[in-house]
Design a protein around this ligand. Structure first.
Ligand code: FES
Length: 181
């Protein structure tokens, strides 16, 4: 049943993926993919960072909290970081973050890490294709978005009664919709 719903939700679903790319390697790799005309899905929103080690795990959680369905972090290959050890720090942080995400109930594959150099335009497009496909299969992220599921009949009742004096202080329309945690 749950599987069916997930499939239903993911039909026609285009994931929003935030991609933190290190300026020196992966961002240049993305540029090269463009120059080399390697196509990749338009689902990623790129944020250029000085180094993958500069990506605070909180940025990833914030992205998920604010509606991203997936997050990609990509930096220089181990040993190639322009700040010598930035990507090693990143790797350590992300191992811990993965455990936290698992604890929070995020499916594996919603947050991914990869190493792409400035010379790997084709690899960059391949990584984006794979990440997009795996997030698309997972469907929309819901874990950190608080949804107010108020039954329709209660909403109707509130709508009808909103002009009554005791309801003057508030409005039922405030109860509709979604709100970030
Ligand atoms: Fe690219 Fe550090 S400069 S990962």
């Amino acid at each position: 049943m749950e599987k069916k719903e997930t499939r239903k939700q993911s039909q026609g679903f285009e994931p929003k993926i935030v991609a933190f790319l290190c300026n020196w390697c992966s961002y240049a790799g993305a540029d090269l993919a463009g120059i080399g005309r390697y196509q990749y899905p338009p689902n990623i929103r790129v944020i250029r960072v000085p180094c993958s080690g500069r990506v605070d795990p909180l940025y990833i959680l914030k992205a998920l909290q604010n509606g991203a369905d997936g997050v990609l972090v990509s930096g220089c290959h181990p040993g190639d970081c322009h700040f010598i050890e930035g990507n090693y720090f990143a790797r350590r942080k992300f191992v811990i973050l993965k455990n936290l995400l698992e604890f929070l109930g995020f499916e594996e594959g919603r947050v991914q890490f990869s190493w792409v150099s400035a010379a790997e335009g084709e690899r960059f497009s391949q990584v984006v294709k794979e990440v997009t496909e795996s997030v698309r299969k997972l469907g929309p992220a819901r874990r950190m978005v608080k949804t107010l599921d108020i039954p329709e009949d209660i909403l109707k009742d509130l709508e009808q009664r909103k002009n009554e004096p005791e309801f003057a202080a508030g409005s039922s329309s405030q109860l509709k919709g979604e709100a970030g945690v």
